[in-house]
Design a protein around this ligand. Structure first.
Ligand code: ATP
Ligand code: MG
Length: 357
């Protein structure tokens, strides 16, 4: 049975439907990330689950039972807010123990549970410090410990790393992932960073305009996005508006600006104007014009190269003015390509993904 289930969850503010009929389920011990642009309804969804927002319709089930009428602190759901919301005047120990004191647990039990929790998140040496005396990452762990000490079955995270620098973010992400797998709680983690969403998740839930538009393993949503907006949300994408055609051998193929594309995908259901997703990292680039012309390649001019350290992002302009992005993964011995150079871009048929528009 699913640990957490949303059934047709909706939220209306005045005339705005900001959460629109969202249904999904999260399995026990699973970590689902929620990815979506600003304003897509991620926080509203999380707050509706935790009980800070009253939904306009639908239901929230925990282990098959509706929690909509349960008070916030009896839902078995913890939440870690974006700004951590720690009490500045309380020590780390007092912050973590706060929820247990509110619940009037015996003092020795509070002490015991707080100590164990601090140990689990490796904060024992900092127990007597105030939040202001901690680094951002340590504060983040206090917020996590404060949620976990209540032993929720489900923990919700609302962009907890959004204020941190890229390095710290990456290490915290790994820490959180390890902790979650070790303690086996069920988690939902909101982010609008697509790398974070994919790196953390068992499954990614993609939100758009209040709707859940796709949910699947990171490779599914990245490689097989349900439509073009999702393809773009998950990373750089060449989205090519193609025409269906038939090759000399009678096989179905696609044409983009006069260039021939072969795909391993089934073209039977592709419709009259199929859209192709071709990720830049699957496009190989070599100097010179294509010779002889062949499917899944095109000649063009390198119009710009952006240096990213571990890779370079190239824009190739074909004779008709169409552009193609390609990741150049340069080894030290690779030929140096400069803007203005004639180049050939090529890609395998397996990289040509026909998606809905
Ligand atoms: N209390 C409210 N009253 C009216 N509208 C609201 C309220 N809270 C949120 N909204 C609106 O609902 C929509 C979704 O907001 P929400 O905070 O869920 O987005 P989000 O996906 O979390 O965005 P972000 O990535 O910026 O945090 C937005 O258009 C927002 O303006
Ligand atoms: Mg938000």
């Amino acid at each position: 049975m699913a640990e957490l289930e949303l059934v047709g969850l909706s939220k209306r503010y005045g005339r705005d439907l900001v959460l629109d009929d969202v249904s999904l389920s999260v399995q026990e011990g699973e970590l689902v990330t929620v990815l979506g642009q600003s304003g897509s309804g991620k926080t509203t969804m999380l707050r509706s689950i935790a009980g800070f927002v009253t939904p306009s319709g639908g239901d929230v089930l925990v282990h098959g039972r509706s929690v909509l009428n349960a008070p916030i602190n009896q839902r078995g759901i913890g939440i870690v807010f974006q700004n951590y919301a720690l009490f500045p005047h309380l020590s780390v120990r007092q912050n973590v123990g706060y929820g247990l004191r509110v619940r009037r647990l015996p003092r020795h039990e509070i002490r015991e549970r707080v100590d164990r929790e601090l140990d689990r998140v490796m904060l024992t040496p900092y127990a007597d410090r105030k939040p202001g005396q901690l680094s951002g990452g340590q504060q983040q762990r206090v917020a996590v410990a404060r949620a976990l000490v209540l032993r929720p079955r489900i923990v919700l995270f609302d962009e907890p790393f959004s204020n941190l620098d890229a390095m710290l973010r990456e290490s915290l992400r790994r820490e959180l992932r390890d902790l979650q797998k070790r303690l086996r709680f069920t988690a939902m983690f909101v982010t609008h960073d697509q790398r974070e969403a994919m790196a953390l998740a068992d499954r990614v839930a993609v939100m758009r305009g209040g709707r859940l538009v796709q949910m699947g393993a990171p490779t599914d949503v990245y490689e097989r996005p349900a439509h073009r907006a999702i393809a773009e949300l998950l990373g750089r994408a060449n989205l090519l508006d193609c025409e269906p055609a038939t090759g000399e051998d009678g096989r179905a193929l696609l044409r983009w600006r006069g260039h021939t594309l072969r795909t391993d995908d089934d073209l039977a259901g592709a419709g009259a104007d199929p859209c192709v997703l071709l990720r830049p990292e699957y496009v190989a680039v070599r100097p010179g014009a294509p010779d002889p012309p062949a499917p899944n390649q095109l000649g063009g001019v390198l119009s710009s190269v952006e240096y990213h350290g571990s890779s370079r992002l190239a824009v190739i302009t074909e004779p008709g003015g169409g552009t193609l992005l390609a990741d150049l993964r340069a080894g030290p011995a690779d030929p140096y390509l400069a803007p203005g150079d004639p180049v050939t871009a090529s890609w395998p048929a397996a990289a040509v993904r026909v998606i809905g528009s």
